[in-house]
Each structure stands twice: as structure tokens, then as C-alpha cells.
Design a binder for this molecule. Structure first.
Ligand SMILES: O=P(O)(O)OC[C@H]1O[C@H](O)[C@H](O)[C@@H](O)[C@@H]1O
Length: 363
């Protein structure tokens, strides 16, 4: 569906699905079908009682030889949330759990992991996966009407609605698309009609993450208002090594809200340094209206670019310091977000589109 959108739209603009875009979408669906085992694109319903069968059904419907397959692991005498494994011809891989649509692993062709999962993470669907790329929706932090920090999207099982590996047959880019629709449970927490879709594509040297929200209310005037983020946890060699581990990206002179000073009412300040470093205290800053690209230097001569390609306005930088003594040296979060000013989306089928690209850059 993301291919339906006009490239002339601004970062924050929304659009309505047109009939030509519907046709493009249908063409794309046909292409997907042609490259999966299936004759039909059928949503496989989650059945928590029998995950063995559920994973087999997902494989029957959506697996693509050598590129896309579904699994679940044994974990603590139970099964983990099912996940999809994407494998690129160049050897890189990604793993996306259906619970929270969390991309919890992205490895380079060398086998090196780029993302970080906290040692306290659970994969049994009892709590949001602590690491990888949690999706914060329909609110970032406590900025919204819900009492649940970062909203419910990271705390629910999403449905698989498509897979593909056919962008270029000689160099296939495996992808999975997941969906979360409003239901009885979400309405109790947030009384709105919506559909989120999330497409993760494993490109040659990029991880492309497209997150879209559709307002499913019939009336144009029934607006959806939300804040959101892709909360990427990125592995670093040692966050306390401020010479080699830091965030750069034209941040000097930018407005930011410092949650380290006051988490509930963070003061609006102007950033006066070139780079953000870690290791002396909690870092929890929302940089507003940032340039698209921010680079996290990970300490081994490489950096990870976190690019707000479409939709996202802000970058949030977080390192918990001594609040997580067992692991804070091993990661920093650089998040693509609309963390403060809510996205306002009219009803009657309007869609908000976002895209984030992560790229490993050798310095
Ligand atoms: O612990 P979590 O609910 O996953 O949130 C982890 C962190 O997310 C964001 O980075 C927020 O800015 C932080 O204030 C928060 O502590």
C-alpha cells in the first residue's frame, strides 16, 4: 500500500486513497501472490491456543523459498511469539515478531547484529518486547489520552497481510507487511476506528520500515489524533566511551525537550552542542523538527543512520544510564517520532504515511 502515495506530499501531510492508487495496490498484491506459495492473499488469523498450526499456516500462505519464513522458538516452557525471518541474498537477515510487529533483529552480511534486545526482554507476549524496534502508537510516552506508556501497538499481536521478495528478481528484497486494526480491546483503551500497517523490507544495506495509519471513521470530521514513534534500540560497543560513541546530525541550534530535567513537563531548550554523548547521566531528549538523518556512531568505526524519510518529524535520543545498570553501556535508542505535536488525520479513509530507513555506514 505504501507505493500508492504521491512523492510530492510533505512530511506531515495526509492523503486520501485514490482509485489509481487502489489499482497500483491491486497490481502490487498480484505481484506478491505470484512470488509466494499461495494462490490467494488470505489473512491467517492468530490462534494463541495452537501456535504450531498457526505457524504452519503462515508458512503455507506466506513463505517464499530462501527469503521469507515463519517460526516460533521455545521460551520458558512456552512458545515465543511467532516471527517472520527475512533473508537477503547477500546474507543479511531480519526477524519481525508478530507481537508488537517488533523487528527485534537485523544482521549484516557479516552476521553482525545492528539492533539490541535488553536482557530482561520477554518474547512470550506477556509484556512488550524490550528491544529491537517497538512501535509506539497511538501515543508516544504519556503524550496522549492513555494511561499505557507508548500506547498499545507494541503490546498486541499483529496480523500478517502480505510478503514479497520480488522488487528485483536478481537481487530480491524480502518484505513482510503486518496490520493492526481497531477491535473491541483497542476501543476500550482508545475509542477510534483505525488500521495500522507496517512493512519491513530488507534492502541490500538498509532496513526500510514503513508505518501507516488509516482513519477508518466514515465521517471526514471524525479526526484521529495520535503521537507515535519507531523506538529503535541500536547496539553500541560502550556507550560510556564518549570519544567514539555519540549521536551527530545537525542538532546544534535545534529545539529539544529535555525529559532528564523533568519527565512530565520537559523544558523546551536549544541544543548548544555538536553531538550527544552518553555515560554520565540519563539521556532522554526529544529533538524537534530535525533534519532527516541522524547518525549514531557505534564505536567500532561504523555508524547507523536513522533517517526520517517520510512522515516523522522528530528524533528522540535515549540512554537510561544507571536506571538499567545491567545493559545501558550496550545500546542507545535513536527514535523516529512524532512525539510532541500530534498527527491529526481526517476520517473517510485518509492515511498518514511514514518511512524510516536504517543504514549501516562505514566511516
Ligand atoms: O521503558 P519504556 O516504556 O519502553 O520506555 C523507554 C523510553 O522510551 C522513550 O525513549 C522515552 O523518551 C523515555 O522516557 C522512556 O523511558
Amino acid at each position: 500500500m505504501t507505493s500508492t502515495q504521491s512523492s510530492s506530499l510533505s512530511f506531515t501531510s495526509s492523503f486520501k486513497t485514490s482509485s489509481s492508487s487502489r489499482k497500483q495496490r491491486q497490481r502490487r498484491r498480484r505481484r506478491r501472490r505470484a512470488h509466494s506459495f499461495n494462490d490467494e492473499l488470505v489473512v491467517v488469523k492468530a490462534s494463541t491456543n495452537d501456535d504450531e498450526e498457526f505457524v504452519s499456516a503462515l508458512n503455507a500462505k506466506f513463505a517464499i523459498p530462501t527469503s521469507v519464513s515463519f517460526f516460533h522458538d521455545e521460551c520458558d516452557e512456552t512458545k515465543s511469539s511467532p516471527y517472520v525471518s527475512l533473508t537477503h541474498k547477500n546474507g543479511s537477515t531480519a526477524k519481525v515478531y508478530l507481537f508488537g510487529a517488533n523487528c527485534a533483529s537485523w544482521t549484516q552480511p557479516t552476521g553482525d547484529e545492528v539492533l539490541f534486545v535488553r536482557p530482561d526482554a520477554k518474547f512470550d507476549e506477556s509484556v512488550p518486547i524490550a528491544g529491537g524496534i517497538p512501535i509506539c502508537f497511538p501515543q508516544f510516552g504519556m503524550n496522549g489520552p492513555m494511561s499505557q506508556q507508548h500506547g498499545f501497538a507494541r503490546n498486541m499481536r499483529w496480523e500478517v497481510i502480505g510478503t514479497s521478495a520480488d522488487v528485483n528478481p536478481d537481487d530480491p528484497e524480502p518484505a513482510v507487511m503486518l496490520s493492526l486494526k481497531s477491535n473491541e480491546e483497542t476501543r476500550k483503551m482508545w475509542p477510534f476506528e483505525f488500521e495500522c500497517t507496517y512493512e519491513v523490507t530488507l534492502r541490500r544495506e538498509k532496513l526500510k520500515c514503513e508505518f501507516c495509519v488509516k482513519n477508518c471513521a466514515d465521517d471526514l470530521k471524525d479526526e484521529l489524533e495520535f503521537t507515535a514513534a519507531l523506538h529503535s534500540y541500536i547496539e553500541v560497543v560502550d556507550a560510556t566511551d564518549s570519544e567514539n560513541v555519540y549521536v551527530k546530525g545537525n542538532l546544534k541550534g535545534k529545539s529539544y525537550m529535555d525529559k532528564e530535567i523533568d519527565a512530565k513537563n520537559p523544558p523546551l531548550m536549544t541544543y548548544d552542542k555538536d553531538r550527544v554523548t552518553f555515560g554520565t547521566k540519563l539521556v532522554d531528549s526529544i529533538f524537534l523538527n530535525t533534519d532527516p538523518e541522524v547518525l549514531l556512531h557505534v564505536g567500532n568505526g561504523a555508524a547507523v543512520s536513522v533517517e526520517n524519510t517520510t512522515g516523522w518529524r522528530d528524533h528522540v535520543i535515549w540512554n537510561p544510564h544507571e536506571n538499567m545498570p545491567q545493559c545501558y553501556k550496550q545500546f542507545a535508542c535513536v527514535e523516529s517520532a512524532c512525539a510532541v505535536k500530534p498527527v491529526v488525520l481526517p476520517g473517510d479513509g485518509y492515511v498518514w504515511k511514514s518511512e524510516m530507513n536504517l543504514t549501516v555506514v562505514t566511516l
